[in-house]
Every structure is written in structure tokens, then in C-alpha cells.
Design a protein around this ligand. Structure first.
Ligand code: NAP
Length: 197
């Protein structure tokens, strides 16, 4: 039985990922900043396998996907006991004016780690533009690449398996301190759309 994924954020990225997961047999609990009934249309579009929930309920899933603005991640600290939970961090550390926040040389997922104590943070799904992420990942007889980094190998393996199961090709960039840096907003791999043949 495939795991349930809790998605926090139901905008461009949250909906694109939810659609891939559902198409490939996962169950998704998706939330936004409001009450679940505001997501009726989204649930109708996503179809069977998707349920609209509160942010608290989404955070209860074994694997939680962050698809909300960077500036809001700090609001999630008290939502649940994050210890040992796998958290897929798709955020980019843009400020509301789309300049990049100065993190004093730290990578953005390390800062997310500070907010979500004990979580197993895996950075992934943040380098493609939402429209490309939403498209069919099988192209030119290959699979669209998703970069992934994280400090917990077992969690990284689980997220790599999900990435493969939904049709993408994971490329492991190692620890957050190295890979996370390469993946983050305005870095070398940001917005690169590659197909692994
Ligand atoms: N768009 C891209 O091309 C792209 C690419 C890579 C990575 N990213 C990153 O992915 C994240 C999401 O981007 P997006 O384009 O999907 O944004 P978006 O379309 O603006 O959607 C953001 C979602 O987050 C929800 N949200 C805001 N504050 C929240 C809170 N405190 N708790 C729960 N949900 C909250 C919003 O809820 P409401 O609908 O209720 O406001 C909305 O559903 C960002 O960090 C972005 O940097 C985006």
C-alpha cells in the first residue's frame, strides 16, 4: 500500500504534485491557508484519491510535502510533532517581492530544519517551473529529472522511490549543505529542465 502524502499548499506546485501522485496510486491530503471547503474545485479536478484537509491534518501524514511560500514555513513549527517525519521541501526562499532572502550563507532547507525540529528534510521538486513540473514527466523516451538532497539516507530513498513511481528520474546531490545549495533559488540548477535518457 502506497503511503499517504500530506500537502501543505494547494497552489501551482501543490496541485501539480498532487495530480502526479494520484495518477500513480498515492493518496493525497491537501490543504491551503483556509478551510478545506475552499478546495472543492481542486478536489473535483484531482479526482479520487484526493481529500481536502486542514493544515494540521496534512501535517499528520507520514510524509509531508511543503508547497507554500517560504515566508510561511515558520508558521508550521507548532502544527505537529515533526520528529522523524519525512518532509519534502519544495520551497524556494523568495521574499514576497521575489528577491532572495539573505540567509547568511546557509541553505534554505537548513533553515526549514530549524523550524521543523527533528524532521527528515528532503529538498526536491523546487527546481522546475510549475508548468513543467505539471507536464508529463516522460519525454523524448526519457524521464524528467528531479534533483534531490537530504541528510537522512533512508528518507531520501523513500522520496527517490516516490519520484520514480510518478515517472521522474531522481538525481541525488548528496547532503543539504552541498546539494541543497545547488538546488536552491537562483542557483546553478534552478529552473533546469533536463531529461534523463
Ligand atoms: N511556482 C513555481 O514555478 C515554483 C517552482 C518551484 C518551487 N516553487 C516554490 O513552491 C512553493 C509554492 O509555490 P506556488 O507557486 O505553488 O505558490 P502559490 O500558487 O501561491 O500557492 C501557495 C499555496 O500555499 C498556501 N499557503 C499560504 N500560506 C499558507 C499557510 N500558512 N499554511 C498553509 N498553506 C498556506 C496558499 O493557500 P491559499 O490558497 O489559501 O492562499 C496556496 O494554496 C513556494 O515556496 C515556491 O517558491 C514554486
Amino acid at each position: 500500500m502506497k503511503k499517504t502524502i500530506g500537502i501543505i499548499g494547494a497552489g501551482n506546485i501543490g496541485k501539480a504534485v498532487a495530480a502526479h501522485l494520484i495518477k500513480n496510486g498515492y493518496t493525497v491530503k491537501i490543504s491551503n491557508s483556509k478551510q478545506p471547503d475552499t478546495l472543492k474545485e481542486t478536489i473535483a479536478q484531482l479526482g479520487n484519491g484526493a481529500t481536502a484537509v486542514t493544515v494540521d491534518e496534512a501535517a499528520e501524514a507520514d510524509i509531508v510535502f511543503l508547497a507554500l511560500p517560504w515566508s510561511k514555513v515558520k508558521d508550521l513549527t507548532q502544527l505537529t510533532n515533526w520528529n522523524n517525519k519525512i518532509v519534502i521541501d519544495a520551497t524556494n526562499h523568495f521574499k514576497p517581492d521575489y528577491s532572495v532572502e539573505d540567509l547568511g550563507g546557509r541553505n534554505s532547507s537548513d533553515v526549514v530544519q530549524d523550524y521543523l525540529k527533528g524532521a527528515r528534510i528532503i529538498k526536491a521538486f523546487n527546481t522546475l517551473a510549475a508548468k513543467i513540473l505539471a507536464a508529463n514527466p516522460v519525454e523524448a523516451n526519457g524521464h524528467r529529472v528531479l534533483f534531490i538532497s537530504g541528510n537522512d539516507n533512508e528518507a531520501k530513498q523513500q522520496v527517490s522511490d516516490i519520484i520514480k513511481n510518478i515517472g521522474f528520474a531522481p538525481i541525488d546531490l548528496g547532503l543539504l549543505s552541498a546539494g541543497g545549495k545547488l538546488q536552491e533559488a537562483k542557483s546553478a540548477l534552478s529552473l533546469q529542465n533536463l531529461i534523463k535518457i
